[in-house]
Write a protein that binds this ligand. Structure first.
Ligand SMILES: [Cu+2]
Length: 359
């Protein structure tokens, strides 16, 4: 046993010099990367957006990295000791108008997080090249703690990273990534099913988005997409109390589409992204005769918008925020509404294809 005795001779001085070095005999594990999903989207047909981080909590060790795949219009923001910045603010150079907050829109420097300073991925740009897959954001965690993070666009979309000094982790990176994909698929499936099986109410009422039971996903659809009402009948659009989206109900009457924002370039600096007041503000009053620009303005969870149709015809409308993917039709017939309760005839919801999640 020559080898053992030589080992013993080597170990004894080591024990004397640095006993703690041998308490944990295994070398520290290689840093790992955990891949999470921020958001998720089905396809243009079923148009289900996931407004959730999955998994919503992950446990890592100091030195590990978390990478978020960003699927949709989301940011990943760790406020650290700061107050999370709002998405839309008054333009400091022109307080009459509203802009997308640069503190939300653009990424912070630094790819590590220790809880002492804010980190933000910024918002994905429409112009981004997605041929190499969705945009990602990565942070390496350099201090233990439990750290909350947010999406600045979708209220209630939050997650937590638990950073422990060292030791066993409850899940491997492979487990975490598989669970995230499964959850996104399940949420999309739930909303597709809920929308397809929601019967018409018989009321002159349209849902702006169909929301999953836990609010973690919703469709970017008007449901029902087509509605027939008698002339003189008000129609009410409502948003689920748990929705994390903003929508508009906008009748263009053949006019041009309205953009959500305009971009002002500044040489040598970031652009200013101005919220189009024509998109954000209500316009056109409370009745519609098939002409002119009539807009609900931005409306959010629990809010509703009503419009009375004063002329027979078939009228299409859409949501400025989500574009033609989120559009609907109101057909107004010549008969007067029946006395008493208003009646509307809704077409059954059209079954939509099975979800496909970009991986
Ligand atoms: Cu919308």
């Amino acid at each position: 046993m020559v080898a053992l005795s030589r080992l013993a001779r080597l170990l004894v001085p080591l024990l004397l010099l640095a006993p703690t070095a041998l308490v944990v005999p295994t070398a520290s594990a290689e840093p790992r990367t955990f891949t999470l999903v921020a958001g998720g989207f089905s396809d243009e047909t079923s148009a289900v957006t996931v407004n959730d981080f999955n998994p919503s909590e992950v446990t890592v060790n100091v030195g590990d990295t978390v990478t978020w795949k960003v699927l949709g219009f989301h940011n990943v923001l760790f406020p650290g000791p700061e107050t999370p910045p709002p998405l839309i603010v008054a333009d400091p150079d022109n307080p009459e108008r509203q802009i997308f907050n640069p503190a939300v829109a653009f990424p912070t420097d630094g790819d590590t997080f220790d809880g002492t300073a804010l980190r933000n991925s910024g918002l994905p740009s429409d112009e981004g090249d997605q041929s190499a897959g969705p945009p990602t954001y990565s942070l390496t965690f350099t201090a233990p703690g439990t750290f909350a993070y947010f999406c600045s666009v979708h209220p209630g979309m939050t997650g937590r990273v638990v950073v422990q000094a060292d030791g066993e982790l409850p899940a491997t990176p492979e487990d975490v990534e598989a669970a995230a994909q499964q959850k996104v698929n399940d949420l999309i499936g739930e909303v597709v099913m809920k929308e397809a099986t929601t019967p018409p109410t018989g009321e002159p009422r349209v849902l702006a988005g169909v929301v999953a039971s836990n609010a973690e996903a919703e469709s970017l659809h008007f449901a029902p997409g087509t509605l027939t009402v008698p002339v003189g009948q008000p129609v009410t659009w409502t948003m689920d109390a748990n929705s994390r989206e903003l929508h508009t109900v906008t009748f263009l009457s053949g006019g041009p589409e309205v953009s959500l924002e305009s971009v002002e370039e500044h040489p040598g600096g970031p652009p200013t992204i101005v919220v189009n007041p024509q998109a954000a503000a209500a316009a056109g009053g409370t009745s519609y005769d098939g002409s002119g620009y009539v807009n609900s303005g931005f409306f959010a969870a629990g809010q509703s918008y009503s419009l009375t149709f004063t002329a027979p015809g078939t009228y299409s409308y859409y949501c400025i925020i989500h574009g033609p993917m989120m559009s609907g039709t109101i057909t107004v017939t010549a008969e007067a509404p029946p006395s008493g309760a208003g009646a509307g005839t809704a077409a059954p919801n059209v079954p939509v294809p099975a979800p496909q999640v970009p991986s």
